[in-house]
Design a protein. Structure first.
Lengths: 332, 240
């Protein structure tokens, strides 16, 4: 996880060829537009994370980019072959290596090459030891690992992965993320990974796309987007859960921006304290708004008055940030 | 009870003495069972796969039709075929009534719904992600069909067992389209009916015993194959 977005970046730049270009994409289900007006480019060497809340249209967008769903508007240009690894890691009733060889057969790889490519892909994702195991005996984490290896083995020009780390416990997910980081990076391939968890996006990607309500509302390097979110909506989604009215502006903060400090300029009342592994997450209510902070033990109790300072955060015009109550939705 | 015992006592020598008539009926029954089941499988498997995997309009209607066909009375099928194959019927030119070929056709038609409906159900019961993933990685229709049959092989074998059972034991359609001609186009089931109608109950019981034995042998063979497929999966699981 530590090999995150800022220290393992690809060299993909503006000069790298565009392998997938979507313009004005719209996908409807019945009368409802699930994806609206999405335009994006994926270049060779890029590892891009697509992040959004539940129901944002991430999987639909992925299917549309892969050509599995008809578009109601817009167009997708693909250079080379696109492989989609679906969210469900279903495997055939045969050994792991045979599963990969089967997929290589679907992809059209000549038979003599299949075993070597299958084994190489398994090794790349740290699943070489699983090669001879029957798929039915794999754990959930192993299944996900093999599912990823299957997608890598076919060596597409564009790889689209739908929540490859879904349903795993934290420890297994962290290990798989670390192994996937190097396996997914390729100078010649463009990879788009749908993720549900922000931590996965930071760990994997050199570029982050944020999809909310079917619209692409953020596109940039993860750290940049986190530090300078383009809109209050993106800020809220990226973890800016605190808000403070400051004249005509609203200051949005994340817990690391808010520090308890006896000499701090602001005074707040602790209105909620949720126990965490190494401390408490505190809800701090001020006359001008509500902030959240993480305090080490011993932490103040509910009802205590504390002093605090704010280091960072982003400001938006009060009208753009919306009413304070709207933030409650983001804290769930 | 005494009468039944007496019938069995009379029937056993009829079986053990190798009656040529009985042998010819057994042989024809096996031919009909194998050929009709094979034909129903060859025709029905692709249809079942298309219904189970396909994404075309009318798929649900076809599945309802296949499921409903499972309840068709064989006598009605026999009557329908008789009039279709009769001299004035649309296929009268084939001269099929009261021929062995008519029996093969009738039993194939009766086995077909089992293969279609049960194959479609078996394929639909597969985890939906696997066929979808195969499609996403470029699998063609044939590759998808092979994958589905292999993954759903226990259910597909159940479909074939059901068709085999129908072809062995069904009698209504056979009698109507074949005429139940003594020593010519009788299956064991229709021969038992023939003997019972003629009040030769010991002969009917003897044929019934042979038919039961044949069903046990043929169905048992396919059943063992099916269990082996399931066993492979269980052994995989036990390896964890």
């Amino acid at each position: 996880m530590s090999a995150g977005s800022d220290n393992a970046r690809s060299t993909a730049g503006a000069e790298a060829p565009v392998l997938l270009r979507a313009a004005g994409l719209e996908v409807r289900r019945g009368q409802r537009a699930v994806v609206s007006d999405v335009s994006l480019e994926l270049r060779a060497g890029e590892l891009v994370a697509l992040l959004g809340p539940n129901g944002a249209g991430k999987s639909t967008l992925l299917d549309a980019l892969g050509g599995a769903l008809p578009l109601t508007a817009g167009a997708v240009e693909r250079t080379g072959r696109v492989a989609v690894a679906l969210q469900s890691p279903d495997l055939a009733r045969r050994t792991v290596v045979a599963n990969l060889m089967l997929a290589l057969g679907w992809w059209g790889v000549p038979k003599p090459e299949r075993r070597g490519r299958a084994v190489a892909a398994l090794e790349a994702i740290g699943a070489g030891h699983l090669a001879r195991r029957p798929a039915a005996t794999l754990s959930g984490g192993e299944r996900r690992r093999v599912h990823l290896a299957r997608a890598i083995a076919v060596a597409p020009d564009v790889l689209l992965l739908d929540e490859p780390f879904a349903g795993l416990d934290a420890e297994v997910r962290a290990t798989l993320l670390e192994d996937a980081l190097s396996a997914l990076r390729s100078e010649t391939r463009a990879t788009l990974v749908v993720v549900h968890d922000r931590a996965e996006a930071w760990a994997l990607a050199d570029r982050l796309l944020v999809l909310i309500d079917g619209r692409l509302v953020g596109d940039g390097p993860p750290r940049e987007l986190l530090e300078q979110p383009p809109s209050p909506g993106v800020a809220r989604f990226l973890g800016y859960d605190g808000s403070l009215r400051d004249g005509d502006a609203t200051l949005l903060t994340r817990p690391p921006h808010v520090a308890l400090d006896p000499a701090g300029p602001l005074r707040a009342t602790v209105t909620r304290a949720t126990a965490m592994e190494d401390g408490f997450r505190l809800e701090l209510t001020l006359a001008e708004g509500r902030l959240y902070s993480v305090a080490p033990l011993p932490a103040p109790r509910v009802g205590d008055t504390v002093r605090l300072r704010i280091d960072g955060g982003v400001r938006f015009p009060a009208t753009a940030a919306g009413p304070l109550d709207e933030f409650a939705m983001l804290r769930t | 009870m005494h009468e039944l015992w007496e019938l069995l006592r009379q029937a056993v020598p009829l079986i053990t003495h190798g009656n040529p008539y009985l042998m010819s009926v057994i042989w024809f029954t096996v031919q009909v069972a194998v050929v009709a089941t094979a034909a129903a499988t060859v025709i029905g498997l692709p249809l079942g796969l298309a219904i189970g995997l396909g994404r075309f309009r009318g798929r649900r209607g076809l599945q309802i039709l296949a499921n409903a066909s499972l309840g068709l009375p064989p006598v009605l099928v026999g009557l329908f075929l008789f009039f279709v194959f009769a001299g004035q019927g649309p296929l009268g030119g084939l001269h099929l009534p009261v021929t062995r070929r008519a029996i093969f056709v009738a039993q194939t038609i009766l086995g077909l719904p089992y293969v279609v409906a049960l194959t479609a159900a078996a394929v639909q019961a597969l985890p939906s992600g696997l066929p979808a993933q195969a499609r996403a990685l470029g699998a063609g229709r044939l590759q998808l069909a092979i994958l589905a049959v292999r993954e759903a092989r226990i259910g597909v074998l159940a479909a074939i067992i059901a068709a085999l059972g129908t072809s062995l034991s069904e009698v209504g359609a056979v009698v109507i389209v074949g005429g139940n001609v003594y020593g010519y186009d009788q299956t064991l089931a229709s021969a038992a009916l023939y003997e019972a109608n003629a009040a030769r109950y010991a002969d009917a019981v003897a044929i019934g015993i042979v038919l039961t034995g044949l069903i046990l042998v043929l169905m048992g063979g396919v059943g063992v194959l099916q269990q082996q497929q399931g066993g492979i999966r269980l052994r995989f699981r036990s390896a964890t």
